[in-house]
Write a protein that binds this ligand. Structure first.
Ligand SMILES: Nc1ncnc2c1ncn2[C@@H]1O[C@H](COP(=O)(O)OP(=O)(O)OP(=O)(O)O)[C@@H](O)[C@H]1O
Ligand SMILES: [Mg+2]
Length: 494
């Protein structure tokens, strides 16, 4: 079997740019629940595969004849929204409700447009009525989604200001009509009628692009959440799917009210080791088709030496252990390893060994640490400076040792960025442990009957392996291996 080192790569960092995604897609249980429309709100960390799920769903649905509408990332512009709209304080209006109405309006109008663009040119019945409605009300108006949204919000804002200034029945009624989309009401039956023949799905991804945690950004997302769940509850042949980064979701309290009502339609993307082995295994066979007949594990063992010199570790365990179980991470680490080998003197392929993996690990570790810090920049600004305080330490520590270190940070004895100091001031050491656990930096010694999604049997578990944990009862911690190389952390003496 000839393996060409020059072309040996394991995929792209983002699903949007991954031409092999459909050929290599891992059909997880999550995907199946989406396809069956049991779940429509997808939460996942950065790089966990939100866009991949949507891209695959779009492909499958198109093949079935479904009308697929994808709202593109360029179209969200939080900055623009904040510039053109008054703030809640200035306008004395409730933005969540306004955005929810604006989203519903945008979604219905966009669906109508797509529906009448299908089929033959001569429309009859319901299609003809939708066509006439759009022609009379929306011809020549904004076609880009954010523009439509802004103009809807502007109309609301204007009416609201007028109502507050001088309340008349007519103005109040007009405002109510706009909020409740009364104008659209007579056409909903027509939309349903046309949808009987063609199902419609709307996919809204990448809401975090340009995210600035502003009032508008929060209301924009919570409004969408509300609009999507309410449309999904009323429409049978139309589904709105929304993906959101988990930590954004956790930071939008306005979502909780809705979330409580719709808990059963929320799906968290979670991976385990077998899923990630399949993900890489499929990509290996894409490059080396002779391996299609062998198991995913054996495909791995053709590319990586099965056992590494380092503590006789299994190579897959070593690599997957240096991730937070996100596809983008394992793809990136594997790519970094093959890149390093390509750039070295090696001419012909032989299975990657520990030395080569370790060569790539430092750069990978650095970029992951910086990525994680940037991922949490709104929640925990300056996080990187806190992670850096562990540089050169031993990666395994008793609870007391960890607490000592954190107290020194909190007292200012170990310097951190001013940004981080800002939020740390109101924290104690236990809360700081919680933060480091949440971002995946700490792993906890498994005590008692803790169960985790882990095969390789380490005693230390991270947040990606176990969902709930009583941190107060953990006697010992490890810094997650992904961060150790960059921080130059030492092995414990024993
Ligand atoms: N189920 C899957 N099968 C195959 N490849 C996948 C799967 N899920 C994710 N991937 C791959 O993992 C990488 C990261 O996935 P993706 O871009 O979808 O992450 P994301 O959650 O959208 O990240 P971000 O928050 O940055 O937008 C991509 O290369 C994608 O092709
Ligand atoms: Mg994405």
């Amino acid at each position: 079997m000839k393996i060409d080192l020059n072309t040996l790569t394991f995929g792209f960092p983002a699903a949007e740019r991954d031409p092999d995604l459909h050929a290599c897609f891992v059909f997880s249980e999550t995907y199946k629940r989406l396809e069956k429309r049991e779940k429509t709100i997808i939460l996942g960390n950065r790089g966990s595969g939100k866009s991949a799920l949507f891209k695959q769903l779009a492909e499958n649905e198109r093949r079935k004849g479904t009308v697929v509408i994808q709202l593109a990332p360029e179209d969200y512009a939080y900055e623009l929204l904040a510039q053109v709209l008054r703030s809640e304080a200035q306008g004395s209006w409730q933005k969540h409700g306004a955005y929810a109405a604006a989203w519903k309006h945008l979604i219905y109008i966009t669906v109508m447009k797509h529906l009448i663009n299908q089929g033959c040119r001569f429309k009859k019945g319901a299609e003809a009525r939708l066509y006439a409605y759009l022609r009379d009300n929306y011809e020549g108006t904004e076609t880009n989604p954010i523009g439509m949204m802004v103009s809807f919000m502007k109309r609301l804002e204007l009416l609201k200001v007028k109502v507050d200034g001088y309340e008349t029945d007519i103005r109040v009624r007009k405002l109510k009509r706009l909020y409740t989309l009364e104008d659209l009401e007579p056409f909903l039956a027509d939309i349903r009628d046309v949808c009987r023949a063609k199902r419609v799905i709307v996919l809204v991804d990448e809401l975090d692009k340009g995210w600035d945690a502003s009032e508008d950004a929060i209301a924009f997302v919570s409004g969408l959440f509300h609009a999507a769940t309410s449309i999904n509850a009323t429409e049978t042949n139309m589904s709105i799917y929304v993906s959101l980064r988990k930590e954004l979701y956790d930071n939008i309290p306005a979502l909780y009210d809705d979330a409580q009502k719709v808990r059963d339609i929320i799906e968290y993307i979670e991976w385990d080791e077998l899923g990630l082995l399949e993900l890489i295994g499929r990509r290996i066979a894409r490059k080396v088709p002779e391996l299609e007949k062998v198991s995913f594990g054996n495909r791995w063992n053709v590319i990586f030496s099965e056992t590494l010199d380092y503590r006789r570790t299994n190579s897959f365990n070593y690599v997957v252990d240096r991730t937070l179980y996100r596809p983008r991470e394992i793809i990136q680490f594997c790519n970094d390893i093959s890149d390093k080998v390509r750039k070295s003197e090696v001419k012909d392929f032989s299975p990657f060994n520990y030395h080569q993996i370790a060569e790539a690990e430092h750069g990978y570790s650095e970029s992951r640490l910086k990525d994680i810090a940037s991922e949490y920049r709104f929640q925990y600004p300056g996080l990187q400076s806190i992670l850096e305080t562990f540089r050169g330490m031993t990666y395994s520590m008793e609870r007391d040792q960890l607490i000592d270190h954190l107290i020194k940070i909190l007292l200012g004895e170990i310097p951190i960025d001013a940004d981080a100091m800002g939020w740390c001031e109101s924290f104690d050491q236990d809360k700081l442990i919680m933060v480091l656990w949440q971002v995946g930096f700490l792993r906890a010694l498994a005590v008692g009957g803790l169960k985790a999604r882990r095969r390789s049997g380490s005693e230390y578990l991270g947040i990606h392996q176990i969902s709930s944990l009583n941190l107060a009862a953990i006697p010992r911690f490890h810094i997650h291996p992904m961060f150790r190389a960059f921080l130059g952390m030492k092995e414990p003496k024993t």
